[in-house]
Design a protein around this ligand. Structure first.
Ligand code: OKP
Ligand code: ZN
Length: 344
């Protein structure tokens, strides 16, 4: 399996994440990728490809122009304002304060384009987000060219990012870019299967009114888990997209027997939809020891989940999302990929 990976992810490493009222070292940190790379190499999965330059055209087609402009220039504007710290959103357009007008002031703009304040922007964030998207683009191009599968080792992750908002450690929605590229590459119908512990609110939002892209997500129930405000089972799409979204929220303590039933349900829905290609938002934070999640999957369970996805039989792009149990993120990620290859 080809792996698309760029060193440029290192350019994004905020010193602080707002967590429980403290600024802590971010859970989403560069060493996550080191652990995944080490495990890939240990298992002989060493077909690494640098994706090269990002293609901005599909990103401009998917995202809001003002949002992209903001991501590109936020750091320069922030420092020009005289702020000494990293960019953290503090003011938000909350209920009955929503305006279609992004403010001129950078502090106001940050809150306008943020969906949460745990995620800091630094000098290298835009560069890293583009490199992450480039990994998704490279992996998808390989599958469009006829490969059975490819792994985009994306960092930062993407599934919380909408067309015009960042947060939950995400800036550009890599899985959505992959799904759109598959469509453009000839797949009439594409499905995104999101197995990250957190609901893929960004991906859902992007495709919510679309009949050609199915979105299925297994995640911690919104009553109890970030992103809190989206991911209920009764969110099923709108307009032409009615019936093309399927959410499987699950409570604290959910283990593999329960989780794998939801996986089979999600795959059955994707089968009924008639997808020609599959994008997997691959987070491994459903792991029992993940520091910010509450499912109880064990490492061998990730192999079995991968096996089921491989047996499903579609051309598949994996886009890396979350997973914060640093010592286990490599094992669990590679278990999914090895399970997939075993199930093919
Ligand atoms: C990103 B991905 C800990 C909670 C922080 C954001 C979680 C983002 C998860 N302070 N909330 O889906 O793995
Ligand atoms: Zn997650």
């Amino acid at each position: 399996m080809r792996i698309y990976y760029s060193e440029a992810h290192r350019a994004h490493f905020p010193q602080g994440e707002l967590h429980g009222g403290e600024l802590v070292t971010p859970f989403e940190r560069p060493s996550r990728i080191e652990y995944i790379l080490a495990r890939l190499r240990a298992r002989g999965m060493d077909d690494l490809h640098d994706p090269g330059e990002v293609d901005l055209a599909p990103i401009r087609a998917l995202c809001d122009a003002g949002y992209l402009q903001f991501l590109e220039t936020a750091w320069a504007e922030w420092t020009a304002e005289g702020f000494a710290g990293e960019i953290i959103a503090a003011s938000f357009p909350a209920r009955r304060m929503q305006s279609a007008r992004p403010p001129r002031n950078i502090d106001g703009k940050v809150g306008y384009y943020a969906l949460a304040s745990e995620t800091a922007i630094t000098a290298g964030t835009w560069q890293a987000a583009c490199a992450s998207a480039a990994c998704a683009q490279g992996a998808t191009a390989h599958v469009i060219a006829g490969a059975r599968c490819a792994f985009a080792l994306c960092r930062p992750p993407g599934h919380h990012a909408t067309a015009d908002m960042y947060g939950g450690y995400c800036f550009l929605n890599n899985a959505a870019l992959s799904a759109e590229a598959m469509r453009a590459g000839g797949a009439a119908r594409v499905a995104v299967l999101d197995i990250d512990f957190h609901h893929g609110n960004g991906t859902q939002d992007i495709f919510y009114d679309r009949e050609d892209v199915f979105f299925a997500s297994l995640h911690g129930a919104p009553e109890d888990a970030f992103p809190y405000y989206l991911g209920y089972a009764d969110e099923t799409g709108t307009g032409a997209g009615v019936g093309a979204t399927a959410n499987f929220p699950m409570p604290p303590g959910t283990d593999y027997p329960e989780w794998s039933l939801a996986l089979d349900d999600a795959l059955a829905r994707i089968r009924g939809f008639g997808a020609d290609g599959l994008v997997v938002s691959l987070g491994v934070d459903a792991y029992k020891e993940d520091p910010i999640s509450f499912f109880k999957l064990d490492s061998p369970d990730f192999f079995d989940a991968g096996r089921r996805i491989g047996a499903f039989g579609l051309p598949t792009v994996f886009c890396m999302e979350g997973g914060y149990s640093i010592e286990n993120v490599g094992i669990n990620t590679v278990n999914v990929l090895e399970g997939f290859l075993a199930g093919c």
